[in-house]
Design a protein around this ligand. Structure first.
Ligand SMILES: Cc1cc2nc3c(=O)[nH]c(=O)nc-3n(C[C@H](O)[C@H](O)[C@H](O)COP(=O)(O)OP(=O)(O)OC[C@H]3O[C@@H](n4cnc5c(N)ncnc54)[C@H](O)[C@@H]3O)c2cc1C
Length: 294
């Protein structure tokens, strides 16, 4: 399927050269599709958080845990760039996205009614790697970060891997995904910044507590959330020597590896640091490869 510059960027920037678009097309994996679709539902599920559903058969077929889509209203929102969202669930030929209103793009997305036209590019990025693991899993999500862990939760449960969920939110009304995780049979621990439900404090407090007590041998941690939370998870994981994968949510431009807007510093070896693209080398990284103090 041809990828048109105007589709890709919405209102195309005059500075964007066609060679850049050619490079983007070549950079795409063969299992990435740019689909024109429509909003099937778009409901507020928690304060300032929405669940959007749309029909995307090819994306649904190829989506793997942690992968994301790049989304734009195909009738034009007046915004230059698409916005990236992790695929929250796959149900038959439909996908959902769970998103927080942050700025103009997500505000406009939240206002899109049923039937509104959407352009969805995906699935993009490297998924969580669970191919060679049978160790118990701890999923830790902060705010809308939990959205990146739901397909992973489903995959772990399908493989019979014991899984624990740690979910953090600012306050009770912003708590996400607890019932979805519990429906999979996952026990969930909750933390809120104001103590309105669960532990009063950071979700990383619970992680440290659990790792200090658990008799699970060599669990694996999978995390997504704000940068500071992920840095704290990485430190705790290092203290307890627990292998940890994190899904990074850096601001993103093209999502095709061309604009370099989403890079993060990654340690290649003891002496070398390299900037890697969250869109193509990520969004999932080993926590101890990321240079968090940058
Ligand atoms: C791979 C990936 C997957 C993502 N998945 C989800 C998801 O499933 N659910 C979800 O709610 N969000 C997700 N995000 C974040 C989401 O893409 C942004 O919140 C969204 O693009 C913000 O767009 P906006 O137009 O509303 O805000 P903007 O107007 O672009 O920004 C508003 C303000 O927020 C800040 N900001 C915007 N984006 C980010 C960011 N990524 N990191 C730090 N600060 C930022 C800006 O500096 C600005 O101050 C994901 C991001 C990535 C890269």
């Amino acid at each position: 399927m041809a990828l048109h510059a105007a589709n890709f960027y919405g209102n195309i920037s005059p500075e964007l050269q066609m060679e850049d678009v050619d490079t983007m097309q070549k950079t795409r994996s063969p299992n990435t599709y740019d689909i024109q679709t429509a909003v099937l539902s778009n409901e507020e599920v928690a304060e300032a958080h929405y669940l959007l559903r749309c029909e995307c058969p090819q994306i649904a077929q190829h989506a793997r845990p942690g992968q994301f889509v790049h989304v734009m209203s195909s009738t034009g929102t007046g915004l230059l760039l698409r916005r990236p969202f992790t695929i929250y669930t796959v149900e038959g030929t439909q996908i959902t996205m769970l998103y927080q209103i942050i700025g103009e793009g997500t505000k406009r997305l939240s206002e899109m009614p049923i039937g509104a036209s959407l352009q969805v590019l995906g699935p993009l990025g490297n998924p969580f790697d669970i191919a060679s693991t049978s160790e118990p899993a701890i999923l830790i999500g902060g705010g809308a970060g939990i959205a990146s862990l739901m397909l992973l939760a489903v995959a772990l449960c399908e493989r019979g891997i014991p899984t624990l969920g740690l979910v953090g939110a600012q306050h009770r009304a912003r708590l996400l995904s607890v019932t979805d995780l519990e429906a999979l049979g996952i026990a969930v621990h909750i933390a809120t910044d104001d103590g309105s439900i669960g532990h009063h404090g950071f979700v990383t407090d619970i992680l440290r507590d659990i790792l200090g007590k658990t008799d699970w041998k060599l669990p694996r941690i999978y995390a997504c959330g704000p940068h500071g939370m992920l840095a704290a998870v990485a430190q705790i994981a290092a203290d307890f020597e627990v292998p940890t994968q994190v899904a990074m949510e850096n601001r993103m431009g093209c999502a095709m590896g061309v604009c370099l807007g989403c890079v993060c510093p990654v340690r290649i070896d003891a002496n070398q640091i390299e900037y890697q693209r969250v869109c193509t080398e990520g969004p999932v990284f080993n926590a101890n490869d990321i240079v968090w103090e940058f």
